[in-house]
Write a protein that binds this ligand. Structure first.
Ligand SMILES: [Zn+2]
Length: 127
C-alpha cells in the first residue's frame, strides 16, 4: 500500500471519507479550537505554537506554515479552510469559531464520525 493509499484508503474503501478514523485515540492531537484530542495531523507545520494564539490573525499558514486541511472530528474547524476560506468569505479565528460552535450547542459535524470516534476510544471532552 502506498503512503497515499494508507492515508486516504483504497478505492472503494468505506474509510476513504473518514481517513482520521484509522488512528487510535491516544495518538491523536489536541484540537486548538475545542481542546478535544481529536486530530490525526498537526494542524500546521510549526506545531505546537510557541506564540499566544490570541495574538495571531488568520490565515494561520502565515505564522505556522502549511496547514493539514484536516477537519476536527469534534468541532469541525478545518485547518487551512476555516482560517483561509478564499475571496468574499470571512476567515474565522480559532476563538471566533469556538464561540460560534458553542453557541450552536457544540454539535458534532458528522454522526458517523462521532460514533466511530467514540467506538475507537476517543474522548469527547476537552483536555
Ligand atoms: Zn476541534
Amino acid at each position: 500500500m502506498t503512503a497515499s493509499a494508507a492515508r486516504y484508503g483504497a478505492p472503494g474503501d468505506d474509510h476513504m471519507k473518514h481517513p482520521h478514523l484509522h488512528l487510535h485515540a491516544h495518538e491523536r492531537l489536541v484540537c486548538p479550537v475545542c481542546r478535544v484530542r481529536a486530530l490525526q495531523y498537526r494542524p500546521y507545520d510549526t506545531w505546537p505554537p510557541t506564540t499566544d494564539l490570541d495574538s495571531v490573525s488568520p490565515p494561520y499558514r502565515d505564522t505556522f506554515g502549511y496547514p493539514s486541511y484536516e477537519s476536527c472530528v469534534r468541532c469541525g474547524y478545518a485547518f487551512g479552510f476555516t482560517d483561509d476560506p478564499g475571496a468574499d468569505v470571512e476567515p474565522l479565528t480559532f476563538a471566533e469559531y469556538y464561540e460560534w460552535w458553542q453557541s450552536q450547542g457544540e454539535p458534532w459535524p458528522d454522526d458517523d464520525d462521532r460514533e466511530r470516534f467514540l467506538a475507537h476510544g476517543g474522548s469527547p471532552d476537552p483536555e
